[in-house]
Every structure is written in C-alpha cells, then in structure tokens.
Design a protein around this ligand. Structure first.
Ligand code: PXP
Length: 247
C-alpha cells in the first residue's frame, strides 16, 4: 500500500482562535482555506468543538459551501455533532476525544474502550457517505478496535513523538512506524497528525503507508513570520522531499 503522494490537510482552527480573541470577523478561516488550496493543500481540516472555542457553526457552513477542497470535519462523538455532520455531509469526519473519559492514556480516542457506543455512530456517518476516521494512539489494540468498528481510516496521534526528544522521540517514532505498517495489514487507510513542525515532519512523511498528514497550529504560528502561503508551501516541499527520498 505504498503511496508516493502524501496529502496535506491544513487545519485552520487557529485562524479562528485569533479571530475569536477579538470577537470580530477577521482573520477569516475561510480565506485561509482558499489560500491553502492555492498553496498546495489537498484538504481542509476544522474541529467544531462543543464549546465553539475556535471554529463556529457558520465557519463549517461556509467551508462546505465556499471552499473547493474536501473538508475533514473533526468532531467529538456526540449527538449534536452527528446532526451537524449529517446536515453538511463533509467529505470526511475524524472522531476525536473531547472529554477525559474518551481518551486513552496518551490522548487519542479510546476506540477499544468505546466500542459499543462508537459502533452505531461510525455506521450512521458511513451510511451517509462520510468517510470516517478515528484519531487514535499508535497502539495495535486501538487499531484492532478501529477495524472492528468498520472505520476505513485511522489518524495516528503524533503529539507524543513531537513533544519528546532524544531516545524517547525515537521510541515514539517507532511506535508510529509499527502502527502504520499494522494499519496497512488490517486494510485501514492511515493518516497522522498533531504537533507536526518543519523539524518533526520528515520521519513521519517517510512512512510509506501514511497517505495524509493534518497540520495546523505550527503553520498558523509560522504564518506570523513568513505568511501563510509560504509556511504551507515549505511544509508541502518538506513532505514531498521526504516522500521522494531526496531530503
Ligand atoms: N489531527 C487531529 C485529529 C487534531 O485534533 C489536530 C489538532 O486539532 C491536528 C491533526 C492538527 O494538530 P496541530 O494543530 O498541532 O498541527
């Protein structure tokens, strides 16, 4: 399941964070999404949180109607979010934990512990033609659970890998490499994300069975210094170089 092309999903949540700091209309996350399309992104990722701390309901409506890139709708497994997803029918929905009890020890969704609750939930999204992914730790037991749940995609949590240094980072990277190989064995499409930067993206982009990275916070922060288009283009280039083996 080697894929040469590695997709970049740009997470625009933190454009909305800056907008909401003043409660006005700018900077506009939809404008960032349009720019992402021109800068080589393959998709837009946005997380509508229960407390609406960054992305708003109107942002989701506009991202669906006004942006010419597939939308990956990050959501907690609640009835409210299910209703919103079914109304908008985004290309994809990524189920993420929002509450402590929905998380595994490291922070991904506890798919294994939530099998009973998640099974009908995943089915309702899938029946509506929405491609479901589960944001999980790089843990074989969570991958087995994703398979059992019938989710076609998993997104591996790269947060611990990005936060650690030295041998601990190497250990986290190995977990991700092993999990990505196991995902392919199970027939699951594999994505990765959280906390990725110019410095941490290469080893993840080199993993052949990972086909999509979702990156946000670093890009929005970097945009303060060099502009959003340049930040996205540089990330795109680093991903492509890693994939082609000439970095
Ligand atoms: N993937 C998922 C499932 C996420 O929840 C997030 C953070 O919202 C990201 C990717 C992007 O992480 P970051 O903003 O740290 O790049």
């Amino acid at each position: 399941m080697m894929s040469r092309k590695l997709r970049l999903g740009v997470n625009i949540d933190h454009v909305a964070t800056i907008r909401n700091a003043r409660g006005g209309t700018f900077p506009d996350p939809v404008r960032a999404a349009r720019l992402a399309a021109r800068a080589g992104a393959d998709g837009i990722t946005a997380h509508l949180r229960e407390d609406r701390r960054h992305i708003s309901d109107m942002d989701i409506t506009r991202l669906t109607n006004e942006v010419n890139l597939p939308l990956n709708f990050e959501m907690a497994a609640t009835e409210e979010m299910l209703g919103i997803a079914l109304r908008h029918r985004p290309h994809a929905a990524c189920i993420v934990p929002e509450k402590r009890e929905e998380r595994t020890t490291e922070g991904g969704l506890d798919a294994k512990g939530g099998l009973e609750k998640l099974k009908p939930y995943v089915a309702r999204l899938s029946d509506a033609g929405i491609r479901v992914s589960l944001f999980i730790e790089a843990d074989p037991a969570q991958l087995d659970a994703a398979k059992e749940l019938g989710a076609p995609v998993v997104e591996l949590h790269t947060g611990a890998y990005c936060e650690e240094t030295g041998e601990n980072r190497d250990r986290e990277l190995k977990r991700i490499i092993d999990a990505a190989a196991y995902a392919a064995q199970l027939g699951l499409e594999c994505h990765a994300g959280h906390g990725l930067t110019y410095d941490t993206v290469k080893p993840i982009a080199e993993i052949p069975t990972i086909v999509e990275l979702n990156i946000g916070h670093f890009l929005i922060g970097e945009a303060v210094f060099c502009g959003l288009a340049e930040a996205m283009e540089k990330m795109r280039t680093l991903m492509d170089e890693a994939r082609m083996g000439n970095a």
